[in-house]
Design a protein around this ligand. Structure first.
Ligand SMILES: Cc1cc2nc3c(=O)[nH]c(=O)nc-3n(C[C@H](O)[C@H](O)[C@H](O)COP(=O)(O)OP(=O)(O)OC[C@H]3O[C@@H](n4cnc5c(N)ncnc54)[C@H](O)[C@@H]3O)c2cc1C
Length: 399
């Protein structure tokens, strides 16, 4: 059984069903109603730590598997989309990380060299090249990662769900898992409509983890992020802004991520608020950000805004947990879950099918609570203010 119908849960269900297992997915809301249907759609290779750091953090054989998993996650997603014919406006023309300061650019130089030394198609861009690729003049250079791409996030989640159903999985929306208990050699999960028994349970609730497994909820900090989408841009603007169809996420401490969607809307996201509906002030800050990056978009009309929760971990790494025999969880993608959660779902399925830890692409780790977790939303609000000030300070120094 899988709890949660986002990329992690749906990818796990798909891989298990394709391996001939009887799979039930319980989703408290609708398919993709968590971060998987709400995100920026950027398919990004790697995690926050570059390969050389991962080699210091993990023993050699595990570091090799982890680097291959996180570096190969976009390609694995593209292969799934093509094999399963998922209609999700896939683009595979790369990902751009524009640098907001010379200090950030020197980090990107190292990052590019680190990945390139391992044969990955990653290179540094000068300011002119960033302007050519993005249309923005505010960056002093950047990084181009040819492994990246974009998807329409909800279409990708629904496509995974359809493929899992075709492979034999059963998905129950509006069916929250309320209680999880040992039952015989497996588990019983209670929902408002009845109980489901299963030999194995995969918990895939990420930033939306609630009381079902309290330790999981306490192992991540749920950080709000929200996006605005403009009216479709004119053909002339589309020729200048991201003409190659890449997604971009800049190097600010409160990073701004943006892309054009298939209908030519400019979509930009950055840290949001915990409020159900963002204040006018918060929305206007997003509009201002658009105008800062692309002055020609100042004053453009916006049609939509929406937000969701990102699961951050203290070590900036995704986690695959074996909570007990037959009880697995995967979460904590730190804003890179489109490719990473898809890969995690596959690895969770492999584990459930009996793969030893030594064959998995993510380390199997113990669940560690974030200290003072109950106060984390207060801490996140304070941190967002501090980072905002630090970004403004860097901008002033660079200008
Ligand atoms: C605004 C935003 C922008 C982002 N942009 C990007 C991006 O551009 N690129 C990128 O790589 N990543 C991005 N991310 C991160 C990415 O979206 C997530 O890492 C990824 O979607 C996580 O997938 P998931 O399946 O683990 O979790 P989710 O998609 O959040 O799914 C968890 C599901 O569990 C369900 N659930 C919770 N509790 C229960 C329960 N008790 N019973 C049943 N169901 C339950 C929830 O309803 C939810 O549907 C972004 C995230 C946000 C919020």
């Amino acid at each position: 059984m899988v709890v949660g119908a986002g990329y992690t849960g749906l990818s796990a269900a798909l891989h298990l069903a394709e391996a001939g297992r009887d799979v039930v997915v319980l989703e408290s809301a609708e398919i993709g109603e968590g971060a998987s249907g709400l995100n920026g759609g950027q398919v990004i290779a790697g995690v926050k730590h570059d390969p050389a750091v991962l080699e210091q953090l993990f023993e050699p054989a595990l570091a090799v598997r982890l680097i291959a998993t996180v570096g190969g996650a976009p390609q694995a997603l593209y292969e799934l989309v093509r094999r399963l014919q998922i209609d999700c406006a896939l683009t595979t023309s790369g990902w751009i990380q524009p640098a907001g300061s010379p200090a950030a650019l020197s980090v990107l130089r190292q990052r590019a060299a680190d990945w390139a030394a391992r044969g990955a198609p990653v290179r540094v861009l000068d300011a002119e090249a960033v302007e050519r690729l993005t249309g923005s003049r505010i960056y002093c250079g950047g990084l181009f990662d040819a492994r990246g791409g974009t998807v329409q996030p909800l279409a990708y989640a629904r496509g995974l769900a359809r493929a899992a159903l075709r492979a034999g999985a059963r998905i129950f929306a509006r069916s929250p898992a309320l209680r999880l208990e040992h039952a015989g050699s497996g588990y019983a999960v209670t929902t408002p409509g009845g109980a489901v028994r299963a030999e194995q349970v995969i918990v895939a609730t990420n930033a939306y983890s609630g009381r079902l497994v309290p330790a999981l909820r306490r192992s991540v900090v749920a950080v709000p992020s929200f996006q605005v989408a403009s009216a479709p841009l004119s053909v002339e603007l589309r020729r200048r802004i991201l003409p190659g169809g890449q997604g971009a996420s800049d190097t600010r401490r409160l990073l701004r991520y943006f892309r054009l969607d298939a209908s030519g809307r400019f979509v930009l996201g950055t840290r949001g608020t915990y409020a159900k509906s963002p204040s006018l002030h918060a929305v206007q800050r997003h509009y201002r950000a658009v105008g800062e990056i692309f002055p020609e978009l100042s004053g453009i009309g916006f049609d939509y805004h929406w937000g969701g929760l990102v699961a951050m971990t203290l070590d900036h790494l995704p986690h695959l947990h074996q909570l007990a025999p037959g009880l697995l969880a995967g979460l904590g993608y730190n804003g890179r879950g489109v490719a990473m959660a898809t890969a995690m779902g596959r690895e969770l399925a492999l584990r459930a099918l009996g793969a030893p830890a030594a064959e998995l692409g993510f380390p199997v780790t113990a669940v560690k609570p974030v200290p003072l977790h109950a106060f984390s939303s207060v801490g996140v609000r304070a941190t967002i203010q501090l980072l905002r000030l630090a970004d403004a300070w860097t901008r002033r120094r660079v200008a």
